[in-house]
Design a binder for this molecule. Structure first.
Ligand code: SAM
Length: 208
């Protein structure tokens, strides 16, 4: 994702609103489902790509993860994530990187698990994103993305129409779940758990 587009769309106001909601109501349903799917994360290392304000990052650390490397293309989100990490007293177990994960992945240490909650739908070149995730994850990858249903494709279409009318550069993309499965399979990861909500699919993949 272009960092300029991310910074414009995932702005300070956006981050402030998300953090306020997180502090009031806790993680959103997709983050809850990811944390549930991951199960025992004790002593595991993570890379949380597109972490936002860090619902999954904070959740895994509260559940005993050893360390989380956070990568996000929005500076405002990274700042909010760090503020919340200091409040929850686990900032010392987080490293943050600003940028496009596809571009900086090769500079990062590998981790047991990669998480991407509602991220691949913000990135057009999903093949590269998934390839890079597979090279950095030694054990598991857990993701949420729009499920295969006419209404989720319709919601994406309507969102992009509004973005075009407003002349905003940020777009959302629908990636076929079979394509996602096949890309991970080509890299040696198989799906081991599925969950879904009205709009989202949550999938856990494990290295064979
Ligand atoms: C819809 S938000 C989701 C945030 C959070 N995971 C959540 O579910 O609340 C998508 C996030 O992914 C980030 N993002 C998308 N593609 C990225 C990439 N290639 N590298 C780094 N961050 C990316 C955006 O900057 C944004 O923070």
């Amino acid at each position: 994702m272009n960092c300029c587009a991310a910074d414009n769309f995932f702005s300070a106001a956006h981050a402030k609103r998300d953090l306020r909601r997180y502090r009031r109501f806790g993680p959103l349903p997709t983050a809850r489902k990811i944390l549930r799917a991951l199960g025992n994360v004790h002593n595991r290392s993570f890379i949380d790509v597109g972490a936002g304000i860090g619902a999954v990052t904070h959740g895994t650390l509260l559940l005993g993860a050893k360390h989380v490397t956070v990568v996000d293309a929005s500076q405002a989100y990274l700042q909010s994530l760090l503020n919340e990490a200091r409040r929850q007293k686990h900032a010392d177990r987080i490293d943050t990187y600003y940028g496009d994960f596809v571009e900086i992945a090769s500079t990062l240490s590998k981790a047991d698990v990669i998480t991407m909650d509602r991220v691949i739908c913000c990135y057009e070149n999903v093949a590269s994103l998934l390839d890079q995730a597979c090279t950095r994850a030694t054990w598991r990858i857990c993701m949420s993305f729009p499920r295969r249903a006419w209404w989720s494709r319709g919601a994406i279409w309507a969102f992009n129409l509004v973005q075009r009318v407003r002349q905003h550069a940020f777009r959302v993309y629908y990636h076929d779940p079979d394509y996602v499965d096949q890309s991970l399979a080509d890299n040696g990861f198989v799906p081991v758990q599925f969950d879904k909500s009205v709009l989202w699919s949550v999938r856990l993949y494990e290295r064979q």
